[in-house]
Design a binder for this molecule. Structure first.
Ligand code: ADP
Length: 424
């Protein structure tokens, strides 16, 4: 297999967002959890997104992990690597984007790297090197108060220069508007001046398309899902729009199906209420979940009696008042952790009972389930709801499995039925 595009994402949800964007643009994409083992068996794909948790760790460690991901991707033939960062550039002066970019640039031997976090469809645009979040500059947006990475300077040429060993230049919107050859000429001029990275303005999707085309002249780029979209469109141009993307994930698996809900968001509470009309629903007693393993075992026994006749849903979710009461008795982290582990126990038990179609509601809950099931990666398939694709587990052993992992507020009222309908 020769990858057209390798991506290294500095957090999990950003990785999913990128993998979903690439898939929608027509690239067959696998998202892996961490750097995969050398012997991970992958289906035929165009792109792999390696999910790391390297955004807010010590810079040296972020460099080591990113280089391990890079080596794996290059080993699979990746001609171009995108280092995926947040579209709000979450990174202080002590942050990791500059150091990781410097290391990957040295490895790739590129003279200059294109950098842009722009993602216009989510309101992130870059003009004169300044990042805007909606209508305000980054340093006036809520990111100024981010608990881990507060952003006090919207000028990314300055921000990146403070983090990086190389000088940083700008390819402005006026240059971009003159087309790809003008961008190439500007990059060559910057490189001749000894500048190793260029922030590239982008306000519209068409800007990202031009950036994607030019970026493919190089071996490395840095940015968010927006530049991923540009790269994917450039790579997918001329390729028949992939029926293969869905074919790979929509092949029926059959057998019992189950849903787990650990999210207590308004959207999930509504989705559970709708599911009650079409499938058996068991509400866990959160107090008993925290007290020990009996509650999960009771739920598993309940599920086993019903799995033969149709999908089931098990939920720990409760109203904000009940959540607050439980947290005040046990502490927020202890309560959350205990319930997540019970959900992971349930997922493990359900899979042992023959469930190969599993829907999980809740970001942290999904993380706990995926870790417990030891799933090394996913092939990304059809979109169930905005930002929530069908995922087919890869490299998890001989048994096939499809999942839908939904963070709290995503999906319409019939989310559980909608998901199962796309997971035959
Ligand atoms: P979301 O995507 O909606 O944020 P998460 O799964 O990320 O959902 O987070 C929900 C958190 O709430 C998890 O830690 C989960 O274990 C916890 N939780 C689930 N049910 C309850 C409950 N009834 N009371 C308190 N906490 C709960």
């Amino acid at each position: 297999m020769t990858l057209a595009l390798g991506c290294i994402a500095d957090d999990y949800t950003g990785a999913s967002d990128l993998a979903n964007t690439l898939t929608r643009a027509g690239l067959r994409t696998v998202q892996t959890i961490g750097v995969p083992a050398d012997d991970l068996a992958l289906p035929e794909v165009d792109a792999v997104v390696v999910s790391l948790k390297s955004r807010s760790i010590e810079a040296g460690l972020a460099v080591t992990r990113s280089r391990a991901a890079e080596a794996w991707l290059r080993g699979r033939g990746a001609g171009h690597i995108l280092f995926k960062i947040c579209s709000t550039f979450d990174s202080t002066d002590a942050g990791n984007i500059g150091p990781v970019m410097d290391a990957l640039r040295a490895d790739s031997k590129d003279n200059i790297v294109l950098v842009t976090p722009a993602f216009p469809e989510t309101g992130r645009t870059v003009y004169q090197g300044n990042l805007f979040v909606g209508s305000v500059p980054l340093n006036e947006s809520p990111l100024k108060d981010h608990p881990l990475n507060p952003m006090h300077d919207s000028n990314l040429v300055r921000v990146l220069a403070r983090q990086s060993k190389t000088k940083v230049g700008l390819v402005d919107l006026a240059t971009l508007s003159r087309g790809t050859e003008a961008v190439r000429a500007k990059l060559a001029e910057l490189a001749r001046a000894g500048i190793g990275a260029a922030i590239v303005d982008a306000v519209f999707d068409r800007d990202l398309e031009a950036i994607g085309q030019v970026a493919l002249d190089h071996r490395l780029s840095v940015g968010a899902s927006g530049i991923g979209l540009g790269l994917a469109r450039a790579l997918a141009a001329g390729k028949a729009k992939s029926a293969a993307v869905n074919a790979a994930t929509s092949a029926a698996i059959g057998g019992p199906a189950a849903c787990l809900a650990g999210s207590c968001s308004q959207a999930t509470l509504r989705q559970i209420a709708s599911a009650e009309k079409v499938m058996p629903v068991l509400h866990l007693d959160p107090e008993r979940v925290i007290a020990g393993k009996d509650e999960a075992q009771r739920a598993l026994a309940w599920a086993k009696e019903r799995l033969g006749t149709g999908p089931i849903l098990i939920a720990s979710s409760s109203t904000p008042e009940e959540v607050a009461a439980l947290q005040s008795r046990h502490g927020r982290d202890a309560a959350g952790h205990a319930i997540e582990q019970a959900m992971a126990d349930l997922a493990e038990g359900l899979v042992r009972s023959g469930v190969h179609r599993l829907v999980v509601a809740g970001g942290e809950t999904s993380g706990a389930v995926v870790d417990r099931l030891g799933i090394p990666g996913f092939l990304v398939g059809a979109e169930i709801a905005a930002g929530v694709p069908v995922l087919r587990a890869v490299g998890a052993g001989k048994d096939e499995m499809v999942l839908a992992l939904k963070s709290g507020n995503f999906g319409g009222p019939e989310f559980f039925s909608d998901a199962l309908a796309l997971m035959p």
